[in-house]
Design a protein around this ligand. Structure first.
Ligand SMILES: [Mg+2]
Length: 231
């Protein structure tokens, strides 16, 4: 088994995914108010820290030495780098077991609860649809009942379809520069916020583009979003 790795796309491991079938948004109903679209892994749920714990339980280690997974997963004993297809299999196994490992990023529940008084919130996760049911259940367990869209395709076109020609402000939050750029390209008036839970890997993030903003944590992101809505 070798699953396509679009799930945690450290830059060198993201498939292009441009010709994916269009994802269904039939279950999303938006009100006439601002919209916040949030990535899930490393933004709403911790990913890298639990993934590191998961692979440690199997005798491997994740080294924070560049902004990607492939090449940074090693055998704990020998430090030998794992083949990419084995890392792919570990990711697939992790997402099947995600309910035992992943947990909300610090402050996210409080921030989204406060923001949801004034805005609609949609989770946009870069995940194969086969894992969506497990992810939905995990988010619900933490009280994060906001609607979820799972796609392996580019995120910009999905945010564009959600926002359409609405006049209300729109915000997009993600940890991967490529996703931020995709949304910037398709929804130029969107406030683009980078947030990433894991500080060990965040230091390897390439510089953001002009006009994109970075939040250190959810309380800061919430202040940025509220300030944007007041404009
Ligand atoms: Mg992410």
């Amino acid at each position: 088994m070798s699953a396509p790795i679009t799930h945690y796309p450290g830059q060198l491991i993201m498939s292009d995914a441009q010709d994916m079938p269009e994802v269904s948004l039939d279950h999303i109903e938006l009100n006439e108010r601002p919209l916040i679209v949030c990535d899930v892994d490393e933004v709403v749920l911790e990913f890298l820290t639990p993934f590191r714990g998961f692979i440690q339980s199997q005798g491997y280690e994740l080294l924070a030495r560049s902004f990607k997974l492939h090449g940074n997963v090693v055998h704990a004993g020998t430090s030998e780098v794992l083949r990419e297809d084995i890392v792919d299999d570990l990711l697939e196994a992790f997402f099947i077991a995600q309910g035992d490992w992943q947990f909300p990023a610090t402050g996210v529940s409080e921030a989204l609860t406060a923001l949801s008084d004034h805005a609609d919130i949609v989770f946009l996760t870069a995940m194969a649809p086969r894992h969506e049911t497990l992810r939905r259940a995990l988010l619900d367990r933490f009280g994060l009942h906001y609607p979820l869209v799972a796609t392996e395709g580019a995120k910009g076109p999905v945010v564009q379809r959600l926002h359409r020609l609405r006049k209300q402000p729109v915000v997009f939050v993600d940890d991967i520069l490529r996703n931020l750029r995709s949304v910037r390209e398709h929804v130029p008036d969107c406030l683009i916020i980078h947030i990433m839970a894991n500080a060990h890997f965040r230091v390897f993030l390439p510089p953001l583009d002009a006009g994109m903003t970075s939040a250190a944590d959810w309380p800061e992101a919430a202040r940025m979003i509220q300030a944007h809505f007041r404009v």
